[in-house]
Design a protein around this ligand. Structure first.
Ligand SMILES: [Zn+2]
Ligand SMILES: [Zn+2]
Length: 413
């Protein structure tokens, strides 16, 4: 029997049986490594609640053991709780450049910039702690600069995939580090924690670059303004909209606070590239002919206060939908938001816009691995133990069945 101190504890403080507020603590001897620290948006029944953050009282109680919070990528469900949690748990934060860039703008809003130690890492970096070391491994996802994290201990490697998909033609040309996953698998991985979001979907998630082909086809036909709504954090999607706009001589304006923030950060750090003069302020759109203007905006979920919803309701101060506009909704409605999205689409059609959404054209792909991609990850890593994460119970259950289908023995409690 191992001594209590020599056991590795995996403490899921969020992200299991739910989509959102991902945070996992790995405790070994006198060290705790925390992976991600996300928020969750409230369910419909949570009246008066804006965001849900994880309960970190265990970490606060053991703060002297907590060596840092290690971030897989810059999505809200992975970094969104940090401005709140760091107030109680001020420990060093590690992440890649874009992830920290997005975090910095959040910390600024909360007056925390300069009060927290942010350590910028690159894929392949290994942070050596006293008893554990933490390695960042490049993956593909719907945000640039995403990573998996391998925690090395004397008892074995714990691999957390983070959110991922397999994309052989990523927009930035940075392929996931398949070789490293295979190498770890060859040497032996004690435990893998793996993204379960799309486990219900057979087959493969299409490459992000396929959306670019659709954009090019749509942009070739558009005769008026093009307004594209997408998730602000999907820098690769935004890049493809900018590239298609440049091809057809369009200027690009950005509307919506989160979109403006991320475009500024991504441009500053070199993740978003545009020709001199392509980007214009939204105030300047009327200086150009309609067929020379693209507007990138937020509001893919029909959120009442978002830019697209306000445009559709004629409540936006600077952009009014007019006959001949092409509006592209480049996202899927998150379950529960379908009615809101549908309402916005109806309003846009009534205003005379041509509306293109997922049901009509391939204007969106997921950032998460479907069944065949998950099987590839399992096969490369060949973990001794497996823990499905990032999903509701049904996802976790089906992911465990997928692992069993690949020959893994069922856990016996
Ligand atoms: Zn994500
Ligand atoms: Zn996520």
């Amino acid at each position: 029997m191992r001594k209590e101190k020599d056991k590795i504890k995996i403490i899921a403080l969020g992200g299991l049986n739910e989509i959102g507020k991902n945070i996992t603590a790995i405790e070994f001897k006198d060290e705790i490594v925390v992976i991600d620290c996300g928020l969750k948006f409230p369910d419909e029944e949570m009246f008066g609640i804006d965001i849900v953050i994880p309960d970190v009282s265990y970490l606060v109680k053991n703060i002297e053991k907590v060596k840092g919070i290690f971030l897989t990528h810059g999505h809200e469900d992975h970094i969104g709780a940090l401005p709140y949690v760091l107030k109680e748990l001020n420990v060093p934060v590690y992440g890649t450049k874009l992830t920290l860039g997005i975090l910095e703008s959040k910390l600024k809003e909360h007056g925390l910039l300069g009060k927290v130690t942010l350590n910028c890492v690159k894929p392949k970096d290994i942070i050596k702690l006293d008893v554990m070391s933490v390695e960042f491994i490049r993956t593909s996802h719907s945000i640039a600069d995403s990573t998996a994290i391998a925690v090395h201990t004397s008892l074995g490697v714990i691999l957390h995939t983070g959110d991922f998909k397999i994309d052989y033609t990523p927009i930035d040309g940075c392929l996931a580090d398949f070789a490293r996953f295979a190498e770890l698998g060859k040497r032996g991985v004690l435990l893998m924690l793996c993204d379960s979001t799309n486990v219900e979907r057979p087959g493969y998630t299409m490459s992000e670059s396929t959306v670019g082909v659709t954009f090019q086809n749509l942009f070739a036909k558009a005769e008026g303004r093009i307004i594209v709504a997408t998730f602000a954090s999907n820098v690769h999607r935004i890049q493809q909209i900018v590239t298609a706009s440049e091809k057809y001589g369009r200027k690009v304006a950005v509307s919506g606070r989160s979109m403006e923030n991320i475009v500024a950060v991504a441009t500053e750090y070199g993740y978003l590239k545009s020709n001199e003069g392509t980007m214009i302020g939204v105030d300047a759109i009327n200086r150009y002919p309609n067929d020379k203007v693209t507007i990138i905006t937020t509001g893919t979920q029909g959120e009442p206060m978002s830019a697209l919803t306000r445009m559709a309701a004629s409540e936006h101060k600077k952009v009014n939908i007019i006959d001949g506009d092409m509006v592209v909704i480049s996202a899927s409605p998150i379950p529960g938001n379908e009615k809101l999205v549908s309402r916005v689409i109806n309003q846009l059609f009534k205003k005379g816009a041509q509306v293109i959404y997922e049901a009509l054209a391939d204007v969106h792909v997921s950032g998460h691995a479907c069944q065949e991609e998950l099987k590839l990850m399992h096969t490369l890593v060949k973990p001794r133990f497996f823990m499905p994460v990032h999903g509701e119970y049904r996802h976790l259950k089906q992911h465990s069945e997928l692992a069993e289908g690949l020959g893994m023995a069922k856990a016996i409690y």
